[in-house]
Design a protein around this ligand. Structure first.
Ligand code: SF4
Length: 308
């Protein structure tokens, strides 16, 4: 196995399970407090109508159909052997506890090769009861993970992107998650409006100090129909070039804790719906290859500038 200059999720999972583990993304029909008028109706400025999912799911299918179809495709095409169910779209803990249990129970019981449960949510949709429920799946499955859409450590930016939650909400959820020893991952978005390079690198340092186990690094992308797309058209936000993104992502990773697991280093989104940056529409982007090349040029790697 080729050694990457950062801790990749794929390598981490391969070490744990000895085979490649495939994520099955599903849309379980949740909504979000920033969409249903509990906190707001317009959502985050970058959220499209599918709750920032990758649109790989057929949302007209039941959970069972989504899982069976996806597993079948992966088993046939890639000879896949192990699967993690990924509750991806919107806020997947935003329902009464009884409903959450029904949905999670149903999802993990559909195929004997399901070995994990991954739940993406907002920090303000978590409480101790929900954490205890999620934690209970550790008795049934070898891998349980919660992903929080943290996005940035700066409240001023969270306001600008209309997140309607704070960094302190994230810290509260993180504490509960750590207390119940659940694997966790924070999503961070680079190139958010009005964030300087220093602001973004400060977020990397804060993540490291907090010893967050995993991180998903996204580049901000303007999708069709979003507020961000309007901002882009009015010249109120500038997308990053490929080269600048690679530089920034390297700077960011150099400041991460050396043990933090990097779940991903790029955003997803249907190419047809991407407005900017245009280069994100390209198939076969080779972001990982470009990062490897940049780290090689610099002679650095993940955690190179990490200070304990
Ligand atoms: S929290 Fe997620 S689902 Fe809700 S509006 Fe923001 S991006 Fe969309």
């Amino acid at each position: 196995m080729k050694k990457l200059p950062f801790n990749s999720y794929n390598d981490f999972m391969k070490k744990l399970f000895k085979v490649r583990v495939y994520k099955i993304s599903i849309d379980a029909g949740f909504t979000c407090p920033n969409r249903d008028n509990t906190k707001g109706i317009n959502g985050c400025i970058f959220c499209d109508e599918r709750g920032s999912s990758s649109r790989t799911q057929n949302i007209n299918c039941s959970i069972k159909e989504q899982i069976l179809n996806n597993i079948k495709i992966r088993k046939t095409r890639y000879k896949a052997k192990k699967f993690i169910i990924y509750f991806q779209s919107f806020s997947n803990t935003y329902a009464p506890i009884k409903r959450l249990k029904e949905l999670y129970d149903e999802a993990i019981s559909i195929d004997k090769d399901i070995i994990g449960l991954n739940i993406a949510t907002r920090a303000d949709c978590i409480d101790e009861e929900k954490i205890k429920l999620i934690s209970s799946y550790k008795k049934k499955l070898p891998f349980v993970c919660i992903e929080y859409g943290m996005q940035t450590s700066h409240n001023k930016t969270l306001k600008i992107v209309n997140r309607k939650e704070t960094f302190e909400d994230f810290l509260y959820a993180l504490d509960l998650t750590k207390k119940h020893n659940i694997h966790h991952c924070a999503h961070v978005i680079l190139n958010l409006p009005q964030e300087s390079i220093e602001d973004q690198l400060k977020t990397a340092m804060i993540i490291s100090k907090l010893k967050i186990e995993g991180i998903k690094i996204h580049l901000l992308v303007a999708m069709e129909g979003t507020i961000l797309a309007d901002m882009y058209k009015k010249n109120l936000w500038k997308p990053l070039s490929f080269k600048k993104y690679i530089h920034l992502a390297c700077d960011f990773i150099e400041r991460l804790h050396p043990e933090c697991i990097i779940h991903r280093v790029s955003s997803s989104g249907h190419p047809k719906a991407i407005i900017a940056p245009i280069w994100m529409k390209r198939k076969n982007l080779k972001i990982i290859e470009a990062l490897i090349e940049e780290f090689k040029k610099r002679g650095t790697k993940q955690g190179f500038y990490f200070k304990n």
